[in-house]
Design a protein around this ligand. Structure first.
Ligand SMILES: C[S@@+](CC[C@H](N)C(=O)[O-])C[C@H]1O[C@@H](n2cnc3c(N)ncnc32)[C@H](O)[C@@H]1O
Length: 319
């Protein structure tokens, strides 16, 4: 009997439930097969090529590919050369999801990669995945962005991950409105990259921001709910908005979109959606509907490796 095609997804341990919920809602023709240590497999309704499979929108997977086999270390090692040849693989990534270590191959180039994954104590899996620059390698909870000692919070790494993965089209002299900017990790990241930042937060930012950057930053000490476009008159026009406030995301998105619709030069929004603030899977559709209503043409959503209680939403006006 012919084996049904299978796919694997790598997610964070605490987002496995969200991934399963997402699959049940948007890919109900796939059937859950197994899930442990953030490695989740599904049987598929038909064959998919890795490149096309990568394009399918999934929010709660850090990466995904076509499962080739599961077996012992020796069985997988024996199969590996044949697979590398068959897919003309540019590299092999070896992952140990138990001890959360990896031996990464080429992560910069575009092409087929073979994931060689230890998924359980004695069990391994081989899969093929299509990689593009910016894709996260399948590891758990470790940020690919190096820590910055002086950054006031780990939102420095979080925004770094969002830039790495979503590669927003930002010009070197762009101005960011950083809403919920305190204590200042995301602002620190943006200033370090040379962008100008208008922070919005009733709380003061950490002193290191002004110590390390003598210019390029100013703060509006107020809530974003009270922010009107007229408060931004006299400031350089805003090109991007970063929003990182612990709040009900959908309500916040709606008021944010209203504000942004009055900022003529604003091209995009990078927002964190908090899953521990009453998030429902149905909101994924609602986000698309709202964004399209406000003339955003591209809506992208995805997990960031170091944050399992939120995902990142990137909206842009130009594709
Ligand atoms: C998760 S922290 C943001 C971390 C920050 N982005 C960083 O890089 O360090 C959330 C921030 O949102 C701020 N905040 C809460 N309600 C707000 C509101 N209505 N308007 C603006 N900021 C708000 C809080 O004061 C807090 O500093």
């Amino acid at each position: 009997m012919r084996k049904e095609p299978e796919a694997y997804f790598i997610t964070l341990i605490h987002t496995m439930g969200f991934l399963k919920e997402e699959m049940a809602r948007f890919y109900s023709h796939w059937h859950f097969k197994s899930g442990a240590h953030g490695f989740v497999t599904y049987t598929l309704d038909k064959e998919h090529q890795p490149e096309a499979f990568r394009e399918l929108p999934t929010v709660f997977a850090l990466s995904k590919g076509i499962l080739i086999m599961r077996g012992s270390l020796a069985e997988c090692e024996a199969k590996l050369p044949e697979l590398e040849k068959k897919y003309n693989a540019i590299t092999v990534h070896r992952w140990d999801l138990i001890s959360e270590e990896g031996d990464m191959g080429d992560r910069k180039n575009r092409g087929h990669v073979i994931d060689f994954v230890r998924v359980d104590q004695e069990e391994f899996a081989l899969g093929v995945r299509f990689q593009i620059r910016g894709d996260f390698a399948p590891y758990n909870g470790v940020s690919p962005i190096p820590r910055e000692e002086r950054a006031p919070s780990n939102a420095y790494q979080k925004l770094g991950e969002a830039f790495k993965h979503f590669r927003p089209l930002v010009a070197h002299d762009d101005v960011f409105l950083d809403i919920g900017c305190s204590p200042g990790g995301s602002t620190y990241y943006l200033l370090k990259k040379g962008y100008r930042v208008i922070g919005v937060d009733p709380q003061q930012v950490d002193a290191k921001i002004r110590e390390d950057f003598s210019e390029g930053f100013l703060q509006l000490k107020q809530k974003y709910d009270d922010l009107k476009s007229k408060h931004l008159k006299g400031f350089p026009p805003v090109n991007w908005v970063v929003f990182d406030v612990d709040t009900n995301s959908l309500e916040a998105l709606e008021s944010l979109l209203k504000l942004v619709s009055k900022l003529d030069e604003c091209n995009g929004i990078i927002m964190t959606i908090k899953m521990d603030k009453g998030f429902q899977m149905s909101e994924l559709d609602e986000i698309d509907r709202l964004a399209l209503n406000y003339d955003f043409v591209e809506v992208r959503k995805g997990l960031l490796p170091s944050h399992e209680k939120e995902f990142c939403l990137v909206l842009t006006k130009t594709e």
